[in-house]
Design a protein around this ligand. Structure first.
Ligand code: C5P
Length: 403
């Protein structure tokens, strides 16, 4: 199942240079499984042609409220009634000002005003020059549009087409897509604060070498994303990995197990859910060499002494907040065989209410996985699926257990 399958999106374009990004957004929505109906203002048609968007959406584009193609000549009614959401990207300063006043002198604003407000959400991706964005009139309009029920997305920051630099760029198409996918997810963790550890740790030997493992961090990042989609505040403590930060997630990068433990200690007091997916190194060097250990040609091997790393999860699980249920702890177990037996034993050893088992070698670095949830009641298999899909199912299970 694609993220937006069975969703019909009316994609509105108002006038702005970011219209060129709307073509990519249209493609991205369709790739994610949505059907897309494009509606443009006359100003938008100055920046990108309806022909381009018709070709990408595979549907005729609507620009005018006098378009006679609809049998009842009421495109604003018909198009808005079919939509699962209206997404205006770019939403110009002028268009937002217009919406605010309930004006309706072009098809797009007319359709936004005519939408069934309870069942068809309106999502706006603002795009404008930084001065226009910061202007009190625009900020006032954004506040009022939100109060009127519109979902106004963030703006991007950086170089602008006018040559200035600042806030006001339209989000990139993939960011808008991620926000839209999140928008449709059930908000089962609203009000919760989820702390996630992910990835491997790196234990230094000397300034240029270290010990690490093959954890990609993908499962933990998927859980952070799914928890955010479900409405939680999310802090993600990540070891050295090459994964993009999920939107809206606060990321804290760490290197060693001790760094990870310190970052967890710093954030765990605000958390109501702790999910430990990190593949924390079991041992670190007792003494890290301050200079590179040199091969001197004598054939003598370096004598490395190890010491055990703290068990971050077990430590958190013993805290008072975890013991009295204020903090719900979830552990992971990567095993190679006898998953149920090992996961059950690990749940008891770690002292956590929920332990999630997976077959490590079958999933390391991949985009899919299969999970076995073990709790006091027994076990439940989440069959083979993408890590994001499994993460969403796990989030739903956590939410159910949180009541
Ligand atoms: O003991 P083992 O490494 O198999 O346990 C796995 C679980 O414990 C995972 O949830 C992992 O994130 C967590 N863990 C931890 N700190 C460690 C070792 C494991 O938090 N030092």
């Amino acid at each position: 199942m694609s993220d937006l399958s069975n969703k019909h999106i009316v994609l509105g374009l108002s006038g702005g240079i970011a219209c060129y990004k709307a073509a990519e957004l249209c493609r991205a929505l369709i790739k994610a499984g949505a059907s897309v109906q494009v509606v443009m203002t006359e100003a938008a048609a100055q920046f990108i042609t309806p022909v381009t968007l018709q070709a990408l959406s595979n549907r005729p584009v609507y620009v005018s409220q006098w378009d006679g193609r609809e049998p009842n000549n009421m495109a604003h009614i018909n198009l808005s009634r079919e939509a699962d959401a209206i997404v205006v990207a770019p939403a110009s300063a002028d268009f937002m000002a217009k919406l605010l006043h309930g004006r309706a002198d072009d098809l797009l604003s007319l359709m936004c005003l005519a939408r069934p407000i309870q069942s068809v959400p309106l999502i706006l991706a603002p795009a404008m020059n930084r001065e226009m964005w910061q202007h009190p009139a625009t900020q006032r309009n954004v506040t009022q549009l939100r109060a009127d029920g519109a979902h106004v997305l963030d703006v991007g920051q950086g170089e602008q087409a006018c040559g200035e630099t600042g806030d006001g760029r339209m989000l990139e198409p993939e960011e808008i897509l991620e926000d839209l996918v999140a928008f449709f997810q059930p908000k089962v963790l609203q009000g919760q604060h989820v702390l996630v550890t992910a990835g491997p740790t790196f234990e230094a030997i000397d300034p240029v070498r270290g010990i690490t493992n093959l954890s990609s961090g993908k499962m933990g990042f998927a859980i952070a994303r799914a928890a955010r989609e479900a409405g939680a505040e999310v802090t993600l403590v990540a070891g050295p990995v090459h994964q993009a930060t999920p939107r809206g997630v606060r990321r804290v990068d760490v290197r060693s197990a001790l760094d990870m433990q310190a970052a967890v200690a710093q954030h765990v007091d605000q958390a109501t859910v702790f999910v430990a997916t990190a593949a924390v190194a079991d041992w670190r060097l007792a003494q890290v060499a301050t200079q590179k250990i040199k091969k001197d040609g004598s054939g003598q091997l370096p004598q490395l002494q190890f010491t055990e790393n703290p068990d971050i999860l077990a430590g958190v699980a013993q805290s008072e907040r975890a013991q009295n249920g204020t903090l719900f702890c979830v552990g992971f177990a990567a095993e190679s065989h006898d998953l149920l037996e090992h996961a059950t034993a690990k749940r008891a050893r770690k002292g956590v209410p929920l332990l999630v088992g997976n077959i490590g070698p079958a999933t390391f670095g991949l985009d899919d996985n299969a999970l076995l949830l073990v709790d006091a009641q027994g076990s439940q298999a989440l069959p083979h699926a993408s890590k994001l899909s499994l993460a969403r199912q796990l989030v739903a299970e956590i939410a159910r257990r949180r009541g």
